[in-house]
Design a protein around this ligand. Structure first.
Ligand SMILES: Nc1ncnc2c1ncn2[C@@H]1O[C@H](COP(=O)(O)OP(=O)(O)OP(=O)(O)O)[C@@H](O)[C@H]1O
Ligand SMILES: [Mg+2]
Length: 248
């Protein structure tokens, strides 16, 4: 469903993506691991068309979205949800208005119908009744979950999650993982999840990919990754300071 081929991106003299190749199958949850600063968030932003590559393609259902104009990107975003690393809430809007944003922009649903959807999504992320709070009144973990409720509000076919559980306590992390798995089962959602949480990665990932040095250096199931002979993979999953992986 999503095929990324030879994706290259530089910012000034810094080459961030240096030939990313990746396939994400329909209904799959692909986890992307990698050291801080390697370009995981930049990669996600290319998949949703927020950044344009210098070279390469992002094919979604056979169409190269890097060539899309704004109108086609808007249509694409109705099928895709993204949870940004920083949650990226609008600070001047309430929680409800934040979550309702896409529904108001892209659908003709009534205010009451939208209110029901927002309340349902807030319950799903463990924040029932938070509708009227302002983002400034939320803790970091609450902001993250409001961002998640917004990402799933339109029931998109494809969801990109940038560190969905960073900053959440272990119980909430598990609950968000369960939510992820139930969306996958119930709606057949295809997802790409960037995370630094290996337990969570093993719970939700059908496959795990290691992003390093601007490329995908390893990809496989949990078992394949855990038993990988690749020293880069072993250093990363064991969290060892010494090894072939040099940090930025
Ligand atoms: N808009 C931008 N302009 C210039 N440089 C950028 C921009 N966005 C990202 N970068 C640079 O690209 C590199 C990769 O950033 P990115 O945010 O993708 O890292 P990451 O892998 O998501 O890291 P983390 O795990 O810390 O979130 C960094 O060196 C960053 O400074
Ligand atoms: Mg990031």
């Amino acid at each position: 469903m999503i095929i990324i081929s030879n994706l290259n991106k530089r910012f000034g003299s810094k080459e961030v993506l240096r030939g990313i190749n990746l396939k994400i199958y329909d209904g799959e949850s692909l986890v992307i691991l990698g050291p801080s600063g390697c370009g995981k968030s930049v990669l996600l932003k290319h998949i949703i068309g927020l950044l344009k590559p210098d070279e390469g393609q992002v094919l979604i259902d056979g169409e190269d979205i890097t060539q899309f104009d704004q109108k086609r990107l808007d249509a694409l975003r109705m099928r895709m949800g993204m949870l940004f690393q920083s949650a990226a809430l609008f600070d001047s809007l309430t929680v409800e208005e934040n979550i309702a944003f896409g529904l108001r922009k892209h659908t003709t649903l009534s205010d009451l119908a939208i209110h029901h959807i927002v309340s349902e999504k807030l319950e799903m992320v463990g924040l029932p009744g938070a509708n009227h709070l302002m983002p400034s009144e939320l803790s970091g973990g609450m902001r993250k979950r409001v961002g998640l409720a917004r990402a799933i509000a339109m029931e998109p076919e494809i969801i990109l999650y940038d560190e969905p559980t960073t900053g959440l306590d272990p119980i909430m992390t598990c609950a968000i993982d369960e939510l992820h798995l139930s969306l996958k089962e119930r709606l057949g959602v295809t997802s790409i999840v960037v995370t630094h949480d290996l337990n969570s990665a093993y719970r939700i990932g059908d496959r795990l990919a290691l992003h390093y040095g601007g490329r995908i250096v390893a990809i496989g199931t949990k078992e394949e990754i855990i038993h990988s002979p690749d020293p880069l993979v072993q250093q990363f999953i064991r969290g060892e300071a010494k090894g072939p992986m040099t940090l930025l």
